[in-house]
Design a protein around this ligand. Structure first.
Ligand code: SAH
Length: 468
């Protein structure tokens, strides 16, 4: 698995500021921006500046902010620091801001020197607010313009009535908590409410109708029934997740995944879902499938919504069938969501069509995984045909044997063949050659798993987009 996220030293939290003293050094427009953000929190905003913008003067006159008309010197700031929850440094003098920031940090008071993340101990994200709903976007100070762009996009998609929905949910929360003590069931009730007509009703201010809908869901009974969702996650690139997969990934209580499901994909699973790695190593296919089946059943019977997340499509060399059979036998309800299989993903991202009117009227998917005796025992006479494309899953380890068998059974030694390593991912590599060259190319280029072999004349029809 490749690490996909850069480290960041910034940790987002929501800070309660009501009644807390917040000091703002500076009285210009930059300070005014921050004061505007702070006032709605109910903080006691204290400005340290000999002069104020008209906007700030107005806020002071209204009693929403307080001012000490002094220069923001070390001495004056020191006098006011004790007991402050936060400090904003917004003087026009960057050096002074840096000095004052060091002073605050020496007293362990969180400080933000505006536009100078390198000397700040906290930074202010770009904010989108709809009542109690707040979305904060941060780039860790790296690209404020990008953060503002993203915020603009979020603004566009956040429904205007979201604050009403949040208020409705907050209002009903206490009552629901007493009626339904189990938090997992409560979550499901809310999900049903939001997925149905409840959300739109509450957003448009039809509180009574929204309440009726909530009561209706409650009266439906909320027996905690578990189920298993067998979901294909595609070949690795999150762009290739289906909408259904994404939604179930967001709703699951727990997720059982194997090694084809990388961190980029897992990133889309609900944060609180329990993650269980049940990876099968390439050379260790004997890992007990029964153990996985039993775990799926145990969790579902305990009421969990269990996501069984598989690379590619669950029904193509994914043992999805076996898992479902055991669920059926145990009487556990399930859903199956297909995924883009490695063949489709790799072919598309490598520019190799799987069928072609001129040369490939059929396409077979075969496994290159050996039997216990180390041989590839397949119906070669139906596979080694010139008129079809052969896609080999798990074909890397026995690539020599594979190419040799195909030649033995009638394909020419110079028959086109390709291998796609880490298909669809940014690290994708494609090697093209022939049945007689491919094994050596694989060895020389140190191709590693996952890799998919494509054999047939379609490889000659490989298309690459002209660079833009
Ligand atoms: N159910 C999966 C296949 C599981 S078998 C699917 O439908 O794709 C595992 C094999 O799939 C690997 O050995 C490799 O041959 C292939 N594979 C899966 N993801 C791949 C990827 N991103 N690039 C290349 N091959 C991949």
């Amino acid at each position: 698995m490749q690490a996909s996220f850069e480290r960041t030293s910034w940790f987002p939290i929501m800070l309660r500021l009501e009644g807390a003293r917040v000091l703002v050094a500076g009285g210009g427009n930059v300070a005014a921006n921050k004061v505007q953000l702070l006032v709605p929190t109910g903080a006691r905003v204290e400005i340290l500046s000999p002069t104020l913008t008209p906007e700030l003067e107005r806020l002071v006159a209204q009693g929403k902010a307080h001012v000490t008309r002094q220069d923001a010197t070390v001495e004056n700031l020191t006098a006011r620091l004790p007991g402050c929850r936060l400090v904003y440094l917004a003087t026009s003098n960057r050096e002074l801001n840096a000095t004052l920031s060091a002073l605050c940090q020496s007293m362990n008071i969180p400080v933000c020197a505006v536009d100078a993340p390198e000397v700040s101990s906290f930074i202010t994200p770009a904010l989108t607010t709809r009542g109690a709903v707040q979305i904060a976007v941060s780039t860790g100070g790296a690209a404020p313009v990008l953060a503002r762009r993203l915020r603009a996009k979020i603004e566009e998609i956040m429904p205007a009535g979201l604050h009403r929905l949040a208020a409705f949910m907050q209002h009903s929360r206490e009552a629901l908590r007493t009626q339904v003590p189990d938090s997992a069931i409560r979550r499901r009730i809310w999900e049903r409410f939001l997925d149905g007509t409840g959300g739109p009703l509450a957003m448009s201010g039809e509180t009574q109708a929204a309440q009726q809908e909530l009561d209706r869901i409650l009266s439906e009974g909320s027996a905690k029934t578990g189920e298993v969702w067998l979901v294909g996650a595609g070949p690795g690139n999150p762009d290739l997740l289906t909408l259904a997969a994404l939604r179930l990934m967001q709703d699951a209580d727990s997720v059982l995944y194997d090694n084809l499901v990388g961190p980029d994909i897992l990133n889309y699973v609900r944060r609180d879902a329990e993650r269980i790695f049940v990876g099968k190593q390439t050379n260790n296919h004997t890992l007990p499938q029964e153990g996985i089946n039993a775990e799926l059943i145990r969790r579902a019977k305990a009421g969990e919504r269990v996501l069984r997340l598989k690379g590619g499509d669950p029904f193509i060399f994914g043992r999805g069938g076996e898992e479902i059979e055991s669920l059926v036998a145990a009487g556990v309800p399930f859903r199956i969501i297909p995924g883009i299989s490695a063949a489709n993903g790799c072919a598309a991202y490598a520019g190799i069509p799987l069928t072609h009117r001129d040369c490939a009227q059929a396409c077979v998917f075969i496994t290159g995984h050996a039997r216990a005796d180390g041989t590839l025992n397949l119906a070669w006479e139906t596979i080694a045909l010139r008129s079809q494309t052969i896609v080999v899953y798990m074909g890397l380890t026995l690539i020599d044997q594979l190419c040799a068998r195909l030649i033995e059974h009638g394909l020419p030694t110079d028959w086109p063949a390709a291998i796609v390593e880490r298909g669809t991912l940014p690290q994708q590599r494609v090697l093209t050659g022939t049945l007689s060259t491919l094994p050596q190319q694989v060895a020389e280029n140190h191709v590693t798993s996952p890799a998919l072999v494509i054999v047939g004349e379609v490889v000659r029809h490989r298309v690459l987009s002209p660079t833009t």
